[in-house]
Design a protein around this ligand. Structure first.
Ligand code: GLU
Length: 500
C-alpha cells in the first residue's frame, strides 16, 4: 500500500432508511480505515433534491452511532474538508464541469424534458450518447452562435460528459481485480443539472478528490458507474490521486435469487434496517444487540479463513483484510443473524445487559426495584434468550406470579399422591430457615422416593407452579431466588388450580 494517509468515505444519499447493505458498506469502510489508522468520513450525497427524505440524514448518523462506527468527520463533526453535505458544496462543482466543456470532454445540452421523453418513447433503447447526440440540441450539434445565444438567454441546460467512442477503460478493483468497460455501452451522463446542482457522478469524483479519499468501498451496484468516474478522474487531470476502488458483493435474498430489497423484509418478516424506520422494526427494535448486528454484517461477504465467527468490533478491525472479501453475493440468513445475537447475549456481562433488560421489563409493566436481584436473574437466564424481548418471557415469573399455568401438562396426570407430596413439601419448606437450592433439591428427591413417586413426575409440576410453563433454568435455582415464602405461596396457589 502507498504511504498516502488512509481516508475512506461512506457516502449515502439521504433518500430513506439505511438498508443493512448500506450499513455493511459503512462497516467495511470503517474496518479498513481503522485497521490502517486512517479516517472514516461520512459524506451526505444529497444532490438529488427530488429524492430527499426529511430525517434520513439523522437516521444514518443514529445507525452508525448505534453500531459503534462513528465517523471521524461528518456533517455534525466536520473536519478540515467541510462542508460534508454536497448540497452545501453546490458552488464548488460548476467550475469543474465548465473546465471539462472547455477541454472538449463535456458539452451543454439544451433538450427539454419533453423532447427527451419523446425520444425515449420513439427510439428503442434510446441513450443520450455517441449514436444520437449529433441529432439532439447540444453544443456539439448546434452552431456556435446559436449556443452562445442560448447561453446568453439563460436557456435551461445541463452539462453532459462526452463519452469517447471505441475505447476500453479499465481499473483494478481491490476485490474483483481487473475490470474493463467498453465506452460504446456508456451514455453521456449529466454532470451538472439545470438547477446548477451536480449529479452524483460529478460530485462523487470532485469530492473524493478534494477530500483526499484514498480508498472507496461501495456496493457492487455502483460498478456500472465506474467508467464514467474513471474518465472524469482522467479528464480532470487527477488520475494519480484516484482512490482505490472496492465494489462489495451484493447481499442476496435468503433464497439467493437477486438482491435483498427493502420490500423483502416486510414480505418475509425480518428486519432490513438497523434502527426502526417508518413503522418497520429495525434490528434494534427487534431486540438485537449492536455488537451482534455488526458481527453478523461483517460475515456477509467476509471471513478470516479460520472458521471463527464471533468477533468484537476491535477484533474485526484487527482481522479485516480485503483479500478475504468474496466476489460472490452473500445470502441473507435471518436465522444466522439470530444465532449471532444469542451468542452475543451469552457473551455479554449481566451488568452490560441490565439497562436493556430493564427496558424490556418496564415496557411490560414490571417494576424492577432491586438491581442485584435483576443481575442474578440475567445471569441465570441469558443463555436461553435469543432476542432481548425473550428476557420478558424468561424473567417475568421472578417478579410476578404466573398469570396462567400450562394445565394440559399437569392435570391429566394429577393424582392425590401428588397433592399429598406437595403439601408435605410445603411443611418441609416452612420448617427450614431459608430455601437453599441444593438442600431443597435433595429433600425434594428424598421425599419423592419416600412417597413412591418418580422425581420427574413431580419436578415438572413444580416448575409449572413456579413459572407457569415448561421453560426456565434449573427449578431449584428459581425457587432459591424466589425465596421460601414466595415458593410456598406459589405451590399453594397452583395446587388450587391443579386440583380444581
Ligand atoms: N451516493 C451513493 C449512494 O447512495 C454513493 C455511491 C458511492 O459510494 O460512490 O450509495
Amino acid at each position: 500500500m502507498s504511504d498516502k494517509r488512509v481516508r475512506v468515505r461512506f457516502a449515502p444519499s439521504p433518500t430513506g432508511g439505511l438498508h443493512l447493505g448500506g450499513v455493511r458498506t459503512a462497516l467495511f469502510n470503517y474496518l479498513f480505515a481503522k485497521k490502517h489508522n486512517g479516517d472514516f468520513i461520512l459524506r451526505i450525497e444529497d444532490t438529488d433534491q427530488t429524492r430527499f427524505v426529511e430525517g434520513a440524514e439523522q437516521y444514518i448518523i443514529d445507525c452508525l452511532n448505534w453500531c459503534g462506527i462513528t465517523p471521524d468527520e461528518s456533517p455534525v463533526t466536520p473536519g478540515q474538508y467541510a462542508p460534508y453535505r454536497q448540497s452545501e458544496r453546490k458552488s464548488l462543482y460548476r467550475q469543474y464541469a465548465e473546465q471539462l466543456v472547455m477541454q472538449g470532454h463535456a458539452y451543454y445540452a439544451f433538450d427539454t424534458a419533453e423532447e427527451l421523453d419523446k425520444n425515449r418513447k420513439e427510439i428503442p433503447n434510446f441513450q443520450y450518447g455517441q449514436v444520437y447526440r449529433d441529432g439532439l440540441r447540444n453544443s456539439l450539434s448546434l452552431p456556435q452562435h446559436e449556443v452562445d445565444q442560448l447561453l446568453a438567454d439563460h436557456t435551461p441546460h445541463v452539462i453532459r460528459i462526452k463519452i469517447p467512442a471505441d475505447q476500453s477503460v479499465s481499473f483494478t478493483d481491490m476485490i474483483r481485480g481487473r475490470v474493463s468497460f467498453e465506452t460504446n455501452t456508456v451514455d453521456d451522463k449529466v454532470l451538472l443539472k439545470a438547477d446548477g446542482m451536480p449529479t452524483y457522478h460529478l460530485a462523487v469524483v470532485v469530492d473524493d478528490y478534494l477530500m483526499k479519499i484514498s480508498h472507496a468501498f461501495r456496493g457492487e451496484e455502483w460498478l456500472p458507474s465506474a467508467p464514467v468516474h474513471l474518465l472524469l478522474w482522467e479528464y480532470l487531470g487527477w488520475k494519480a490521486d484516484m482512490p482505490q476502488w472496492a465494489h462489495l458483493p451484493l447481499i442476496l435474498k435468503p433464497d439467493g435469487h437477486g438482491k435483498l430489497s427493502k420490500r423483502d423484509g416486510a414480505r418475509l418478516g425480518f428486519p432490513v434496517f438497523a434502527l426502526d424506520w417508518e413503522g418497520s422494526p429495525g434490528f434494534s427494535g427487534m431486540g438485537f444487540l449492536p455488537e451482534a448486528f455488526v458481527n453478523f454484517l461483517a460475515t456477509l461477504g467476509w471471513n478470516d479463513g479460520s472458521g471463527q465467527e464471533i468477533y468484537t468490533l476491535e477484533e474485526l478491525v484487527g482481522k479485516f483484510s480485503i483479500d478475504r472479501i468474496s466476489k460472490a453475493g452473500a445470502k441473507f440468513d435471518f436465522e444466522k443473524a439470530k444465532w449471532f445475537n444469542a451468542e452475543w447475549i451469552k457473551k455479554t456481562k449481566a451488568e452490560s445487559l441490565k439497562l436493556k433488560v430493564k427496558e424490556v421489563l418496564t415496557a411490560k409493566g414490571i417494576d424492577v426495584k432491586d438491581d442485584t436481584y435483576l443481575l442474578t436473574i440475567i445471569d441465570l437466564i441469558k443463555d436461553r434468550c435469543t432476542l432481548l424481548p425473550d428476557f420478558y418471557q424468561q424473567a417475568s415469573y421472578f417478579f410476578q406470579i404466573p398469570a396462567e399455568y400450562d394445565l394440559n401438562a399437569v392435570k391429566p396426570k394429577w393424582t392425590d399422591e401428588k397433592t399429598t407430596f406437595f403439601n408435605t413439601f410445603i411443611d418441609q419448606l416452612k420448617a427450614a430457615p431459608t430455601l437453599i437450592a441444593a438442600d431443597t433439591e435433595a429433600n425434594f428427591k428424598a421425599l419423592a422416593e419416600e412417597k413412591g413417586l418418580k422425581t420427574g413426575d413431580v419436578m415438572l409440576p413444580f416448575r409449572i407452579m413456579l413459572v407457569g410453563g415448561k421453560f426456565g433454568p434449573h427449578v431449584f435455582d428459581i425457587a432459591a431466588l424466589l425465596g421460601k415464602d414466595e415458593t410456598v405461596n406459589r405451590i399453594e396457589q397452583a395446587l388450587v388450580a391443579f386440583t380444581a
